[in-house]
Design a protein around this ligand. Structure first.
Ligand code: ADP
Length: 322
């Protein structure tokens, strides 16, 4: 059997660890592996190359993806997908591991339906917002990177009695903001999906001010729904002129860097399971992390959710950050 592997959509730390696991699992007799560069674009352009043990040496600890990633609007077009099927046939590839988000999974499902290609998805997104798995590849590292940065910001906030509003990624997902706010003892958090109780944050700021604690951290998820850290700074500045305000936008550092232990573990376990599943003739599934186990769930149940922020978390952050 010949297995293809590609990474698609936004990159996330742990993708390389996962590629390595797929390739090494596919070293079994009678099986071989091919890397497809730049996601679905590589399928259309026949950018497909054999991948062996030596090709995946020294990549486990590296961020990004050695196969490159891309968004490929052309793959939405049936005639372009026909080119992909022809290219796969040229290489004799009958099964595909697709690491990405639910857009990439939609592309994989189209291939299964139209051309009978065996497909297994692996959830890779720092937003951790795919239904069916408790953890997506990259989320843990992105949180660790943000927490490391916020810890450094905390030093200067304390030294200068400043209030820092730290903007993290998560335009449509509260996951990074909630976990990082809890982990850094933030005074409050602002995430999409809630009509954030500004009164609650303002009360916390008033209480902190009364205790003469002017150095504080508030974590804000990026995007239109929250308005980002800049808009919040505008509101707070109007009501609390005594706070010396600073905004820090963490941006793309959250996507990169060496994967955490958790993401290496997830990459290894999910990659191995995905390759084994294809070799066993399975298709149409996503690898998932559920209660400590890595398992397979049907791909058609795996989609990006817009998770409602957990109010318990928001309350705990407020309680412990005060
Ligand atoms: P993610 O996989 O992170 O959700 P995108 O939504 O950008 O990222 O999707 C990645 C790629 O998957 C797209 O650029 C496109 O090539 C492919 N794709 C997305 N939706 C479909 C679809 N309905 N049919 C075919 N291919 C799709």
């Amino acid at each position: 059997m010949r297995i293809g592997i590609l990474t698609s959509g936004g990159d996330s730390p742990g993708m390389n660890a996962c590629i390595r696991a797929v390739v090494k699992t596919a070293l079994a007799p009678g099986t071989s592996c091919f890397g497809i560069r730049s996601g679905f674009q590589g399928l259309i352009l026949n950018d497909i190359h054999p991948l062996g043990r030596d090709d995946v040496r020294y990549i486990l600890h590296r961020g990004g993806t050695m196969l490159y990633s891309a968004r490929c609007p052309d793959f939405m077009l049936p005639e372009k997908r026909q080119l992909a099927y022809q290219n796969l046939a040229k290489h004799g590839i009958t099964g595909l591991v697709v690491i990405g988000g639910d857009g990439s999974f939609a592309g994989a499902q189209a291939m299964e339906k139209e051309a009978g290609i065996g497909v297994i998805g692996i959830p890779g997104t720092i937003d951790n917002d795919i239904v069916g798995t408790e953890m997506c590849l990259g989320f843990d590292t992105a949180c660790q990177t943000a927490v490391d940065a916020i810890d450094k910001i905390r030093d200067t906030a304390t030294s200068h009695h400043r209030l820092f509003l730290v903007e993290v990624m998560g335009r449509h997902s509260p996951a990074i903001a909630l976990r990082c706010a809890l982990a850094t003892g933030a005074l409050g958090v602002l995430v999409p999906g809630t009509h954030y109780d500004m009164a609650q944050l303002f009360a916390a700021l008033s209480a902190a001010k009364a205790r003469k604690k002017l150095s504080n951290i508030v974590v804000v998820a990026e995007g239109e729904e929250t308005g980002g850290a800049a808009l919040l700074a505008h509101h707070i500045g109007r009501h609390f002129p005594e706070y010396e305000l600073r905004v820090a936008v963490l941006g793309h550092i959250q996507r990169g860097g060496s994967p955490s232990v958790t993401d290496r573990e997830l990459g290894a376990r999910m990659g191995a399971l995905a390759a084994e599943a294809l070799m066993d003739g399975k298709s149409g599934h996503m690898t998932a992390y559920v209660r400590g186990q890595v398992c397979l769930v049907p791909l058609d149940t795996a989609h990006t959710s817009k998770p409602a922020p957990n109010q318990d978390w928001i309350d705990l952050i407020a309680k412990l950050g005060a």
